[in-house]
Design a protein around this ligand. Structure first.
Ligand code: ADP
Length: 260
């Protein structure tokens, strides 16, 4: 089966800085929900940005990333952006229209839909994130949780096959966080989620990739990886509270694939 995401020996440096990614490889099948964890500076954001071509200046002759078998390159950028919805860590980086309706409508408008169809898509998308009736609100006057849901509505309006989320709960209070987790659980699309929130990871992602200093140091079942206290501490993380006493979720018998 062609993987939804294939990353082969991805290497990347910002300008003349030291390398941020040192040859990362993995593949993700359609429908999987995979967490990307690791300490600050591990390369998580850099890796996520490669999944939808946000760092295009480095496209070489042999692209390291393919989405549903199609290499991510200058020629395939539009198609990649349509297939891969990217939720930025900072909602303010993603919201740029005077009203919520216009922000959510922006994507579908690029696809050439008519006005009636766009209104339907906006209504459906705002409904999915629980923001019915917010059409005329000013995005920058909303709470952090609401802003983030507008961003997500804008992404869902484009009907991506893959959702890439960079630290989706960093600005959220516990109730907003629970709402986001429930919403993401209800979406069957392929998901890649970078997060320091290991409780969210336990709840949403059966599989985790651990990144440190630009290397994928482990890739395996979330509960197995995150319950490994020595592994967590070695890479600047902590075993999540929910795993402190045994393994509450599912089968933990399979071994993670540890690369180091
Ligand atoms: P993480 O998301 O895991 O915190 P990042 O991908 O943001 O890690 O960063 C990986 C490395 O790349 C770090 O050393 C960081 O300082 C560097 N880096 C990130 N963004 C830039 C940038 N725009 N310019 C130069 N270096 C950067």
């Amino acid at each position: 089966m062609i993987p939804a995401i294939e990353v082969r020996d991805l290497r990347f440096s910002y300008h003349d800085e030291k390398a941020a990614l040192h040859g990362v490889s993995f593949s993700i099948q359609e429908g999987e929900s995979v967490a990307l964890v690791g300490p600050n500076g591990a390369g998580k954001s850099t890796l996520l940005q490669h999944l939808n071509g946000l760092l295009p200046e480095k496209f070489g002759p042999n692209p390291a990333v393919a989405i549903f078998g199609r290499p991510v390159s200058t020629e395939s950028l539009d198609e990649t952006h349509r297939k891969v919805g990217f939720l930025f860590q900072e909602s303010d980086d993603q919201l740029f229209c005077p009203t919520v309706h216009e922000d959510v409508a922006f994507g579908p408008q690029q696809f050439g839909h008519g006005e009636a169809e766009i209104s339907r898509i906006v209504r459906d998308s705002l409904g999915k994130v629980g923001l019915q009736g917010f059409d005329d609100r000013i995005p920058h006057h909303l709470s952090a949780g609401e802003k983030q849901r507008v961003c997500l509505a804008g992404i869902l309006a484009c009907e991506p096959s893959i959702l890439v989320l960079d630290e989706p709960t960093s600005d959220l209070d516990p109730r907003s966080k629970r709402g986001l987790i429930a919403l993401l659980k209800s979406l069957s699309v392929t998901k890649v989620i970078a997060s320091h929130d290991l409780e969210l990871v336990v709840q949403l992602c059966p599989r985790t990739i651990l990144l440190d200093a630009g290397h994928a140091v482990a890739d395996g079942p979330t509960i197995r990886l995150l319950a490994d206290e020595a592994l967590m501490l070695e890479h600047g993380l902590e075993k999540p509270h929910s795993l402190q006493h045994g393994h509450p979720h599912g089968n933990t018998s399979s071994n993670p694939n540890l690369f180091t």
